[in-house]
Design a protein around this ligand. Structure first.
Ligand code: PFF
Length: 524
C-alpha cells in the first residue's frame, strides 16, 4: 500500500552546504580543547601515531559508512538509525532497537555540550567588556570560573544567574536554528559560521606562532620549544593501551561519527549525490583544523607564558582549565587582550553551535519521519524535553554529572554504535552491495584496500577497543570507583535517568513500527 504521507523531506541546498554542515558538526570544542589536552598528556607527537592509525582504520571508514547508510535510509524516508538499520536488515526485528543509540547518544551529548557552549558565549562577552581583564594569576582566574559555574560564591559572581542567562540564550539560538530546518537553518548557519570560525582561528594561529620568546629573561620559553613540548614524541606512551583507546576515542568524537548525526545529515542527500569525495573532504577539513590549528594555539601559547616546569600540570589539568583559565591568562598578557580574548571564545562558540545543532537534528528527524510530526512541532517537543534534561548538567556539574554523561554519550556508546553500523554495512548489507552503494554518484573511487579494511580491519579494531575497555575499565566504572562517595548518588541518578530515556525511546520505536504496520506501512 502506498504511504499516506504527502510532505517532502527537507534537502540540502548545495553540496558545499552539506560539506560545511558535516565539517561544522565535526569541528567543535573537541578540536580546540580536547585534542591538544589529549595529545599533550598521552605521549605528545607519539600520540599522533595511534591517532592517525585510528583515523585511517576507523574514522574515514565510518565517515563513508555513515554517509552511505544515511543516504540509503533517506531514500526510504528514514533519517535516523532505527529506520535506517531496519531498511538494511528487514528480517531482523531487533536491529531497530540498536538504532535507538543513534537518537539517544546525540541527545545525551546535546544536554551538556550546549551548556559548555554557553560558557564560551558568556566568556566572549566577558572578554570584550574586560570583566576578567584585571585577573593575572591562576588562582584568581580559577575562582572567576568557579564563581561563574556556580561552584562557589565569590567577589566575581554570586549564584548561577549569569551562567543561566547565557545558557538560555545559547539554548534559544540552537532551537532557533533547527526551527528553520536543514537548508534554512543548519545549512545557512554553517555557511556563515564556518568561514568566520576559520578567520578567528587563523588570527589566533598567526598571533601565537609569531610570539617568539616574549620574556627576554627566559629565552627558552619560546614558540619552537612550545611546539617541541607538544610534538616531541614519547614513544614509550605507545605501550599503554589507554593511549590507544584515547586516540581512537578522540577520532570518534572529533569526526562526530559513531553516534548517528552524520547518518541523519546524509539522509537529506539525494540518491545521486556523491558521498565519497564529500565525506572525505569534510573529514579532511576537520583534521587540518584539529591537528594544525587546534594543535598550534593553546598548548604552545601556554608553554611560552608558563614555561616547561608548569606546562605539564597545565596540560593535564583538564579541558575546562585549559580553555577557561589558562588561555584567558595567556591572552591577557598580550596587547589588545580584549580582542584576542573575544576571538578565542567566539571561535569556540561558533565551533560549538555548529556541532550542537547537529546533535539536535536526529531527535527532530525521528519525530518527523517516524511520527509524521511537522518540523515546527517536532522542534517544540524537542525543545521542551531537552530543556528539562539540560537542567541536570547545569545544576549538578559539581557532582560529576557532566563526566558521567560524557562517558556514556560521548565515549562508550560511540564505539558500540560504530560496531553495529560497521557489521550491518559490511556483513549484512554485504561488502559487494555496500561497494556499489558507496559509489553511486561518486566523484572518486574509494581505494580498493578499503574493501578489506571495512570488512575485517574496522570491525576487529572496534571489537578490540570494546574488549580492552571491558577488561580494563568495566568494573571500576560500574562500581563508580573513581567517583567520590558524596557524588555517587548523583551519578547513580544520572544512570537511572539515562536508562529511562533509552527505554522511552525504544518504546517510541515500537509504537512507530506498530503504527506503520496498522496503516499498511510505508516501504521500508
Ligand atoms: N565533533 C564535535 C567536537 O569535536 O567538538 C563533538 C560532537 C558533535 C560529537 C556531534 C558527536 C556529535 F555527534
Amino acid at each position: 500500500m502506498k504511504d499516506t504521507k504527502t510532505k517532502k523531506r527537507d534537502t540540502w541546498a548545495s553540496r558545499i552546504g552539506i560539506i560545511m554542515a558535516v565539517a561544522g558538526s565535526a569541528i567543535g570544542l573537541g578540536n580546540f580543547l580536547r585534542f591538544p589536552a589529549k595529545a599533550a598528556s598521552n605521549g605528545g607527537g607519539a600520540f599522533l601515531i595511534p591517532y592517525f592509525i585510528s583515523l585511517v582504520l576507523l574514522g574515514i571508514p565510518l565517515m563513508w559508512i555513515e554517509w552511505t547508510l544515511g543516504r540509503y535510509g533517506g531514500g526510504f524516508e528514514h533519517g535516523t538509525a532505527p529506520g535506517i538499520f531496519h531498511s538494511v536488515w528487514r528480517k531482523n526485528r531487533f536491529i531497530k532497537y540498536f538504532g535507538v543509540i543513534g537518537i539517544f547518544g546525540p541527545i545525551v551529548i546535546f544536554t551538556f555540550y550546549t551548556y559548555i557552549e554557553s560558557w564560551t558565549l558568556a566568556y566572549s562577552f566577558f572578554a570584550l567588556s574586560g570583566k576578567y581583564a584585571g585577573l593575572a594569576d591562576k588562582t584568581a582566574m580559577h575562582s572567576f570560573l568557579r564563581g561563574f559555574q556556580g561552584l562557589e560564591n565569590n567577589q566575581y559572581f554570586s549564584g548561577l544567574g549569569t551562567a543561566y542567562f547565557f545558557f538560555l540564550i545559547t539554548f534559544a539560538l540552537n532551537i532557533g536554528v533547527i526551527y528553520h530546518g536543514i537548508r534554512g537553518g543548519i545549512e545557512r548557519l554553517c555557511k556563515i559560521a564556518m568561514p568566520l570560525l576559520f578567520i578567528f582561528a587563523l588570527i589566533l594561529f598567526v598571533r601565537v606562532i609569531t610570539l617568539g620568546a616574549p620574556d627576554p629573561t627566559k629565552p627558552a620559553w619560546n614558540i619552537s620549544n612550545g611546539f617541541g613540548f607538544l610534538w616531541n614524541p614519547d614513544f614509550s606512551a605507545l605501550k599503554s593501551a589507554k593511549v590507544w583507546l584515547e586516540a581512537a576515542g578522540q577520532i570518534f568524537f572529533t569526526l562526530s561519527v559513531g553516534i548517528g548525526v552524520i547518518l541523519t545529515y546524509a539522509s537529506y542527500l539525494s540518491k545521486g549525490d556523491d558521498v565519497v569525495l564529500s565525506g572525505l573532504t569534510a573529514a579532511s577539513i576537520n583534521e587540518v583544523t584539529e591537528v594544525i590549528l587546534g594543535g598550534s594555539i593553546i598548548i604552545p601559547a601556554a608553554f611560552i607564558f608558563f614555561g616547561p616546569a608548569d606546562i605539564k600540570s597545565i596540560a593535564t589539568a583538564g579541558v575546562f582549565d585549559l580553555g577557561f583559565v589558562t588561555m584567558p591568562l595567556v591572552l591577557n598578557k598580550l596587547p589588545f587582550a580584549q580582542i584576542f580574548g573575544f576571538c578565542w571564545f567566539f571561535l569556540l562558540f561558533l565551533a560549538g553551535i555548529t556541532s550542537s545543532v547537529s546533535l539536535a537534528q536526529p531527535a527532530i528527524a525521528f519525530l518527523e519521519d517516524e511520527f509524521d510530526v511537522d518540523r515546527k512541532h517536532a522542534v517544540w517537543i524537542f525543545g521542551v524535553v531537552s530543556f528539562i534534561l539540560c537542567q541536570a548538567p547545569v545544576f549538578f556539574l559539581k557532582n560529576g554529572v557532566v563526566d558521567e554523561l560524557d562517558f556514556w554519550g560521548g565515549t562508550f556508546f560511540l564505539v558500540v554504535f560504530a560496531t553495529v553500523e560497521t557489521i550491518l554495512f559490511a556483513w549484512v548489507f554485504g561488502m559487494e552491495n555496500a561497494w556499489d552503494e558507496i559509489h553511486k554518484g561518486a566523484d572518486m573511487m574509494v581505494p580498493k584496500i578499503y574493501k578489506f579494511i571495512i570488512k575485517y580491519v574496522t570491525p576487529l579494531f572496534l571489537f578490540f577497543i570494546l574488549g580492552m575497555w571491558f577488561w580494563q575499565e568495566w568494573l571500576p566504572i560500574i562500581l563508580m570507583k573513581k567517583v567520590s562517595p558524596a557524588d555517587r548518588i548523583y551519578v547513580l541518578a544520572t544512570r537511572v535517568g539515562l536508562i529511562l530515556m533509552f527505554i522511552v525511546l525504544a518504546v517510541m520505536v515500537k509504537i512507530a513500527w506498530r503504527r506503520r504496520r496498522l496503516r499498511g506501512g510505508k516501504a521500508v
